[in-house]
Design a protein around this ligand. Structure first.
Ligand code: BD6
Ligand code: ZN
Length: 332
């Protein structure tokens, strides 16, 4: 089995950061704040956060904030969105610079979005019978695949900011529980198909709020470990190909419910290592494909959960290095 090319991955991340006018940089322009989170967390997990200048990053992040609402956009001048607000909070936590935030302003933005979302969801809920198909399933199209992600983002950010009391945690937990399926998994809406990404969001929300007793650990653990394919990699739902990023979505959930020993760790480690570009650094979704920062991060994060030597431990619920999470919660 090949080894982890940690140094090459660090070079790759730093080079993407510098090539601001390359094709890849253009494609991810609207995702830059997410890219910063993926890239910087990878560097930190590999013990190389010194490869970047924190002050410049903090300054740029604060330029992505929408002054009116308090939320963050994906880049300077972009509309604020929950997704980028989470990345901003995570990167500032990583750099130990949460102090630059006006915490009330950011948490008011989160509260407003959550309330708006619950309102929309509730009115759709009343209409739900009209969306039921003949086979009893629900058509979720009009909601998209975003619901349980919103719950996770709000809970994760507010918890990191020490502001969980700003929203109704109980109703958020109840909503998550209503998305639980008979197979033990979770979907994006009540009745939505189980999907590893949504399972992470739901289990993560329950873990952060101390509500994991709502999970049937054996049933969900069974569904999750069934995600391991013959090639050792994990897929996101039945019949799909293995993909490095699901090493994170599936494994983090398994760790949170204490069932990670149900998968073949060695085969999965080999699958992730086989997705490395050994010459130029970076990790791809599956062997021989082109690398990107997203899969590089989730590959390294997956290896961290597999306790690969030389990588820092990552917290499965907050998706931040364990030492960062401990600093936030235990050393104030
Ligand atoms: C998320 C994660 C946690 C909380 C809330 C969230 N909302 C959205 C996400 C997932 C987000 C992320 O990882 N943030 O850190 N994903 C993306 O930004 C990717 C970007 C991307 C686009 C195209 C190719 C590669 C990466 N994204 C928008 C996706 O849809 C990816 C696409 C993909 C990756 N590999 C194969 N396809 N899919 C994805 O993130 O799936 C996991 C998922 C799905 C639903 C809910 C949560 C996680
Ligand atoms: Zn992927």
């Amino acid at each position: 089995m090949g080894e982890l090319e940690g140094k090459k991955h660090v070079q790759y991340i730093v080079s993407v950061e510098k090539k601001k006018d390359s094709f890849e940089a253009l494609v991810i322009e609207h995702l830059r704040l997410n890219g910063a989170y993926w890239g910087l967390t990878t560097l930190d997990l590999l013990n190389e956060i010194e490869a970047v200048k924190p002050d410049e990053i903090v300054q740029w992040i604060m330029q992505c904030q929408d002054i009116g609402s308090g939320g963050f956009g994906g880049n300077v001048g972009h509309d604020p969105h929950l997704l980028y607000t989470l990345s901003a909070v995570q990167v500032l936590a990583l750099l130990n610079r949460l102090d630059v935030l006006d915490i009330d302003k950011v948490s008011d933005f989160l509260r407003m979005i959550v309330q708006l979302y619950l309102l929309v969801h509730l009115s759709l809920y009343l209409d739900v019978a009209g969306l039921q198909n003949e086979d009893g399933s629900f058509s979720g199209d009009m909601w998209g695949e975003v619901d349980t992600r919103f719950s996770y983002i709000a809970i994760c950010c507010l918890s990191l900011l020490g502001q969980l009391s700003k929203i109704n945690v109980e109703s958020t937990v109840n909503y998550i529980v209503s998305c639980k399926n008979l197979d033990g998994g979770f979907g994006s809406i009540p009745g939505g198909e189980s999907h590893a990404g949504q399972i992470f969001c739901c289990v993560g929300t329950l873990a952060i709020t101390g509500s994991l007793h709502h999970v049937d650990r054996d049933l969900l653990g069974w569904w999750l470990c069934e995600r391991q394919c013959k090639d050792g990699g994990l897929n996101g739902r039945p019949e799909k190909l293995a993909d490095v990023c699901y090493s994170w979505w599936v494994l983090s959930s398994l760790v949170m419910i204490d069932r990670v020993h149900w998968i073949d760790k060695e085969k999965l480690t080999r699958f992730i290592l086989n997705c490395q570009d050994k010459e130029n650094g970076g990790i791809s979704d599956r062997p021989d494909n082109a690398v990107d920062v997203y899969h590089t991060y989730f590959g390294v994060a997956g290896l961290s959960l597999l306790e690969y030597p030389g990588i820092k431990s990552i917290d499965p619920a907050y998706a931040l290095p364990v030492d960062v999470v401990n600093r936030i919660f235990f050393s104030k």
